[in-house]
Design a protein around this ligand. Structure first.
Ligand code: WTA
Length: 658
């Protein structure tokens, strides 16, 4: 690893929280022994394990081979020959059961009185209608559909409608700019765009359709745009291309037979950032993904039919795909979806929603916990949170202080917290407590889920010792793993399967403690987690360099009390361009336009030159330390082409703090 120190563990957390007897007794997985026995079985014979549990999914035709893989070409197949449909599994089978009038989706809009509830049969009808709309626009099995929507019910309806007819959805988070939307639409050759006039964001309006129009101003394959009217802000409708969702739905039939899909047919593409400048289209397929999200949902969140489950993520990210939509609905659950933000109109918004819908299982991100913790206990204290019986955390490591607050103040000291580690690429949760079985440690993701065989490796591919940091890898494919980078299989192989041949490289560092529990230490590549959102340093750098005044840029993470990590940019201006504060603002604005508001640098430091090796490689290790303000320990700078560059950066960093 380029910077071995970054994964050296500094934590020394000794607190232990075993599950209560009452919780364990009624949990799906009731004890450590049960977990261990099932886990050992799942590793000894994964095929038998997954075959047994695959029966939780409805198959039209059973599979002929459970698992096959070619480690060299990295071709992964689960449930070969099996036929199913994801929307059938999420809707029809429940709508035909006693669950037909159970709430599938409870939607809370940003305005308090905007609430819509869909039972399983109502949701099915809406999905069928939109599936018919897609068909009427010529969308067929295998076509790509771009979805750029706020957190409104039309978003899961559009997703499931795609799944119903076998089209591949590619959802772009509403916080991305028109540039990012354009790149994603182009990369996967989307045929149609589903968007909205605008969205609500903390009392303000964001123009989505206008972004869509800019994205479609250049070359693309998009033939139709369907627009949901959400905010009423004026939009331009292009004749022959753009139509309103409500007009299309008015006449659409509520009957639409699901397409029979192969287990390995693609379900969706979701773009995510990595070490390179271009986001990659992570491709997930149908059978393995559906089974994996269903089982992880049921067992990790210990879901029971009477529970109300709320995951606060945005559906534009993998967490929303897997644990607002596909996992909960496949399990026949009631899933809550929220359009707004935690701090608007007041910082008790989450707690009001918990009280209003009597949420039993609450799944959020450490950045939100830290932001709400700062506001004090009076906010959650004045709401009734007694319905909560289980808490979850995702997106980044949760610091023990936030963990304790979450446990005591939100969970009343009685609810287990599942600290779930996973990635866009993994489809579902891989490392996590099982709440009825695992002894919790604040800040620790603990143990692998069934069928997951993790390793922590040194540079030379040997296993790290206890408490020694290393690269986190997964040694065998599991059903929910991504199958390829859309249209770029070689890139998939290079990024994930080459550093240690035959094993999946996660990009995270980790260590295993003396009990065998896994602690995630953070990314070891150039991915920055800003408020849990994954931002590629290279993407921000290329955005900065595309500005006319910038010669070179290097972007590294800096610690941030709420966001976890924030973006620190070192920028070298072109010769003759004067350094001025105004230009910093302009550069931040430029990144917002190029990538999106979520990628805006927190701090910019102008640099005459960047520290480079003699071969011209930027030494990020040094920049990371400077950004952190940790300038006493810069490590070895003798390999630099010009060590004096560092002194200048250090003194101007000190200036920046003043
Ligand atoms: C980080 C989000 C520590 C990690 C589901 C991973 C975590 C990246 C945790 C994936 C956790 C996620 N503890 N780190 N519980 N959960 N991460 O693709 O660095 O947006 O590689 O998927 O988030 O981010 P992504």
């Amino acid at each position: 690893m380029s910077d071995a120190k970054t994964i050296e563990s500094v934590m020394d957390e000794r607190r232990r929280f075993p599950p209560s007897k009452e919780f364990s007794e009624s949990a799906h997985i009731k004890s450590k022994e049960t977990y261990e026995e099932m886990y050992r079985g799942s590793i000894r014979d994964p095929v038998a394990f997954w075959e047994k549990w695959a029966k939780e999914i409805d198959w039209y035709t059973p599979w002929t081979k459970t698992f096959d893989w070619d480690p060299k070409e990295v071709r992964i197949e689960w449930f070969r020959g099996g036929k199913l449909n994801a929307s059938h599994n999420c809707l029809d089978r429940h709508a035909r059961s006693w669950r037909k009038n159970k709430a599938a989706l409870i939607w809370q809009g940003e305005p308090e009185n905007d609430v819509r509830t869909f039972t399983y049969q109502q949701l099915l009808a809406e999905v069928c209608k939109f599936a018919n709309v897609l068909k009427s626009k010529g969308v067929k099995k295998g076509d790509r559909v771009a979805i750029y929507l706020p957190m409104i019910p039309e978003l899961p309806i559009a997703m499931l409608a795609c799944a119903r007819i076998g089209a591949i959805h590619s959802i772009v988070f509403g916080g991305f700019s028109s540039e990012s939307l354009k790149d994603r639409i182009a990369d996967s050759g989307c045929k149609i765009l589903i968007t909205a006039d605008g969205s609500y964001r903390g009392g303000k309006l964001v123009a989505l359709k206008a972004n869509g129009d800019i994205a479609l101003a250049k070359e693309h394959y998009v033939e139709n745009v369907v627009v949901v009217k959400r905010t009423g802000i004026p939009v331009e409708m292009k004749e022959g291309r753009d139509t309103w969702w409500h007009d299309e739905m008015e006449t659409a039939s509520t009957v639409c037979e699901p397409e029979v899909m192969d287990a390995e047919d693609p379900l969706f593409i979701l773009y995510t950032s990595g070490s390179t400048g271009k986001p990659k289209g992570v491709l997930h397929t149908t059978g393995g993904y559906m089974l994996y999200v269903l089982l992880t949902f049921k067992w990790i969140f210990d879901y029971r039919d009477e529970d109300t489950f709320w995951c606060t993520a945005d559906i534009g990210w993998i967490t929303g795909h897997s644990y607002i939509v596909y996992g909960p609905l496949a399990a026949g659950a009631t899933t809550v979806m929220f359009e707004g933000i935690p701090t608007y109109p007041q910082v008790d918004r989450y707690w009001r929603i918990v009280e209003k819908f009597k949420v039993n299982i609450f799944y959020t991100a450490p950045t939100a916990i830290r932001a709400l913790m700062r506001e004090g206990e009076k906010w959650p204290g004045s709401r009734d949170l007694s319905s909560i019986r289980l808490l979850g955390s995702v997106g980044e490591a949760i610091n023990p202080e936030a963990w304790m607050w979450y446990y005591n103040v939100i969970g009343g000291g009685k609810c287990p917290i599942v600290d779930t580690w996973w990635q866009t690429e993994t489809g579902g949760i891989l490392i996590t407590p099982l709440p009825g079985a695992t002894v919790l440690k604040p800040g620790c993701a603990t143990v692998p889920f069934f069928g997951i065989d993790p390793g922590i490796l040194r540079e030379d591919a040997t296993e790290a010792d206890i408490n020694e940091g290393g690269y986190l890898v997964i040694k065998k494919p599991w059903p929910g793993i991504m199958r390829t980078v859309y249209g770029q299989h070689e890139r998939f192989k290079d990024i994930y399967w080459t550093r240690f041949p035959g094993v999946y490289l996660t990009g995270d560092g980790a260590r295993r403690d003396e009990d065998g529990d896994i602690w995630i230490v953070g990314r070891v590549d150039d991915v920055i987690k800003v408020s849990g959102h994954r931002i590629g340093a290279a993407e921000v750098e290329s955005a900065l360099v595309s500005h006319k005044d910038v010669a070179e840029a290097a972007v590294v993470p800096m610690p941030h009390p709420i966001k976890g990590e924030a973006i620190f940019a070192f920028v070298t201006l072109k010769a003759g361009v004067p350094e001025r504060e105004e230009l910093k603002k302009e550069l931040i604005q430029h990144v917002r336009q190029q990538v999106g508001p979520i990628a805006a640098p927190e701090m910019i430091q102008f640099a005459n030159a960047l520290p480079k090796t003699r071969s011209g490689k930027i030494m990020r290790r040094i920049l990371r330390r400077i950004a952190t303000g940790n300038v006493e320990e810069l490590g070895d700078t003798t390999t630099l082409a010009d060590p004096s560059v560092v002194d200048k950066l250090v003194s101007s960093r000190k200036e920046l703090v003043k």
